[in-house]
Structure formats: structure tokens, C-alpha cells
Design a protein around this ligand. Structure first.
Ligand SMILES: [Ca+2]
Ligand SMILES: [Ca+2]
Length: 116
């Protein structure tokens, strides 16, 4: 795939698209980027091309330092919280399609993006 892990890369093994097969979310490379690899159920993973556009947006947020996986909107599927100079939340629609919310929350100094 032409994509190399760095020593400090992070990863999460969860079922993101709800098909019952574990998928792999990884943060690595230089510059760092997020990749979602969909499990095929036979021990192999294939890159999720649709996620690449989301990852491209993430790349414009500056250097990502990490992420956490949690159901932040309590709808039963796993979402992704990305950390770096900003904090962004990627909400899952339950089928592994993510949309960006919480855009531009500053990691330090401001609790909410109340910019009225
Ligand atoms: Ca899956
Ligand atoms: Ca969720």
C-alpha cells in the first residue's frame, strides 16, 4: 500500500461499518494521516476509499497527534475524536461513513466553539 508506520503511530481495531468484522483505523505516515482499513473477514484489510476524503480534510487541520474512538453521540456506533492543534470529531453514520463535526475546536484555552 506504500504506507509506512512510524514508531509512534496509533491504531484502533473496531468494527466501524457494522458488518461484524473488525476494521483497522491507523494514524501514521509523514505527514501523519488517518487511514481506515476495512476488515474482509479473512484476516485481510483493504483501504476504505471513501474515508480517504475525510482523511484529506483531517490532513488540513495540522499535525494530528492522536485520536480516540468512542460513541460520542450515543447513537450506538463508533465515532472518532482527532487531537492535534485542533480537536475534530468524525461522526459515524453506522455504516462507516464519517462526517466532520466539532471543526476548529481549539485544543487549549476554549471549551466550546461559541463564536457568535
Ligand atoms: Ca467492519
Ligand atoms: Ca456514534
Amino acid at each position: 500500500m506504500g504506507w509506512t508506520f512510524r514508531g509512534d503511530a496509533g491504531g484502533a481495531l473496531q468494527d466501524f461499518n457494522g458488518d461484524g468484522v473488525l476494521d483497522l483505523l491507523v494514524l501514521g505516515g509523514n505527514p501523519r494521516e488517518l487511514k481506515l482499513l476495512l476488515g474482509e473477514g479473512d484476516g485481510q484489510f483493504k483501504p476504505d476509499e471513501a474515508f480517504a476524503a475525510t482523511a484529506k480534510a483531517a490532513a488540513s487541520w495540522g499535525s494530528l497527534t492522536g485520536f480516540r474512538v468512542a460513541d460520542v453521540d450515543l447513537d450506538g456506533d463508533l465515532d472518532i475524536v482527532c487531537f492535534g492543534s485542533e480537536v475534530h470529531v468524525l461522526l459515524n453514520d453506522g455504516r462507516g461513513h464519517f462526517r466532520v463535526t466539532g471543526a476548529g475546536l481549539e485544543a487549549l484555552g476554549r471549551r466550546h466553539a461559541d463564536r457568535d
